[in-house]
Design a protein around this ligand. Sequence first.
Ligand code: ATP
Ligand code: MG
Length: 255
Amino acid sequence: MKIEIPRDHPRYKSLVIREKIVEGVEEGYVVLQGLIAHGRGECFDYLIGEETIEPAYRAEEAAVAKLLLSTHPVISINGNTAALVAKSIIELSKLVGAKLEVNLFYRTIEREKKIKNILVEYGAEEVLGVGEDANKIIEELGSERRRVSAKGIYIADTVLIPLEDGDRAEALKRMGKYIIAIDLNPLSRTSQVADITIVDNIVRAIPNMVGIAKKLRKTDRNILQEIVDNYDNKRNLALVLKHISSRLVRLAEER
Ligand code: ATP
Ligand code: MG
């Protein structure tokens, strides 16, 4: 890390995370648009209170149960995700038996390879979606944004999409995929279109999901199915909005 962040800085954690994204830009695998997306995420995290709230944890539980129940679960990886949670997302993929696929909004072979190398360095055995492997087309999406792997997202029944764009989330939905999103903005199109929306910072969500997967992986499939059936995404998103609004009212009243 190039900039030394003082440990006693009141926003130490947030600054360390920010630096990781900046490093990703300097190393050429996070795009400039990734910086803007991160800032948008930080803003919503401030409003939420920078913690995993109850509805987010419920969504994380339902997501892990669904991943464990799926036949071909795939975890989509972009630059920001690789910069922030490479190690824990690989652990999650192993615990739930999901494949990892590099899937970039701004696709170039150099970025794909750099992200694959990071994942391999952290212990990933197979990384899909790089170069010629991404040879299947998602109809209705333009240009390079629509290529996916025939062994990954193309045949997946469930796709975990951290920090994904709304257009692509909608296209995956139209392909009949079960979509799990991680997105700090409860109002984004991605959040609205997903089957399970985890409104939590990816740096908390993935480690939480690793812990949940360790607990649930030996659980009976009927019980996992019950967890998924009892989960209601619309209701959960409403609880997130209520959390933010009542928190803001409380903060205003404390002044
Ligand atoms: P949409 O296309 O879904 O309507 P958008 O165009 O605002 O939304 P995108 O850039 O397409 O957003 O997707 C990035 C999303 O990721 C944003 O909603 C942002 O809040 C969210 N995000 C950014 N950083 C994080 C993070 N660390 N953890 C969770 N979510 C994040
Ligand atoms: Mg978008």
